[in-house]
Design a protein around this ligand. Structure first.
Ligand code: MTE
Ligand code: MO
Length: 319
């Protein structure tokens, strides 16, 4: 996990905010009907359920809550500086090595301590709730951050569909893994499938986003298509990509980085400038595309929304 110098980053100002905003205006011009939530690149509506959810497909979105008004990071930075170890450990590898990743058809099993376990098709998931655009800060434990207009709806919208029982205390997430499509994964030094977990109240929190798109479009493969989590008050590795299984459970589930190096990566992994990683400080961060570092904020700036989830917990012990 190296932090690259700004001069090493090739895509910095390639897509400006203006280009993104004009794309957005284009999307806004597409007619919205109850049935068709998606349009293709020419703005033609695609009617359910024939949709193939493919990177770059335009999405019609409503404006969601919790957005920051900070400068949005250029699309090309966010799509070419990735951690997705299944497709390589260098930041620019996933954009190339995930190009032919098959994300359609795609299903997600939601099971465990629930009254109505179900295997959802990705198209059915996208119909559960209106797709919202939410501009969130994202802070990687390696010390870089980005501001991204994600598209999705609260994770709790999916969880409510299966009716969790009172025994459900945590939610376990599992990524897709296929060594044939991900041949370089075996050099990554972590085990696959990639696993993550949240406490039930964290998973039900309205900030926790089930994410299917960014910048007005279906997610690029390297950003976790067709479905990922975005948990903005936690370090980036909690935002698991390309999810295929969600299991509600009674006990704290295993999580990939916590398994690999438990002293370095805790289960909670809330962004916390006062608790350093054993090998590097978490007090500051560098926004992709910027030169000077900025101070990292408690809970990544979402303390007003989430601090009460951790009232009375020792955040040095539960890091
Ligand atoms: N399946 C999977 N999910 C993953 C990772 C991964 O290697 N595999 N990396 C995590 C890390 S460390 C970060 S910072 C974010 C990066 O998301 P982005 O590439 O969209 O910025 O994805 C997270 N989710
Ligand atoms: Mo990360």
């Amino acid at each position: 996990m190296l932090i690259r110098r700004p001069s090493d980053i090739p895509y910095s100002e390639v897509t400006s905010k203006n280009v993104y905003l004009s794309r957005r205006k284009f999307v806004a011009g597409v007619a919205v009907t109850g049935a068709a939530l998606i349009a293709d690149r020419l703005g033609r509506e695609i009617v359910w359920p024939s949709l193939r959810v493919q990177a770059g497909t335009k999405l019609n979105v409503v404006r969601g809550p919790f957005s920051t008004d900070e400068k949005i990071t250029p699309f090309d930075d966010v799509a070419h500086y990735n951690n997705f170890y299944e497709f390589g450990t260098d930041k620019e590898q996933p954009a190339t090595l995930a190009r032919n990743f098959r994300t359609s058809p795609w299903t997600v099993a939601v099971e465990g301590e629930v009254k109505k376990p179900k295997v959802f098709d990705i198209n059915a998931i996208m119909k559960i709730a209106p797709l919202e655009e939410r501009i969130y800060r994202h802070r990687c434990v390696e010390g870089w951050s980005i501001v991204v207009p994600w598209i999705g709806f609260p994770l709790n919208g999916l969880l409510k569909q299966v009716e969790p029982t009172s025994k459900a205390k945590f939610v376990a997430f599992e990524s897709f893994y296929d060594p044939k499509q991900m041949p370089v994964a075996r050099f990554a030094g972590i085990s696959f499938p990639y696993l993550e977990g949240l406490r039930m109240d964290e998973a039900m929190h309205p900030l926790a986003l089930l994410c299917m798109g960014m910048y007005g479009e279906v997610l690029p493969n390297q950003n976790g298509a067709p479905l990922r989590l975005v948990v903005p008050w936690k370090y980036g590795f909690k935002s698991i990509k390309s999810v295929v299984k969600i299991r509600l459970v009674g006990r704290q589930p295993p999580a990939t980085w916590n398994l690999a190096a438990p002293r370095e990566y805790g289960f909670y992994s809330n962004v916390n400038p006062n608790v350093d990683h054993p090998r590097w400080s978490q007090a500051k961060e560098r926004r992709l595309g910027e030169f000077f570092k900025r101070k990292t904020l408690m809970f990544n700036g979402y303390a007003d929304q989430v601090a009460q989830l951790y009232a009375g917990m020792d955040l040095r012990k539960y890091f």
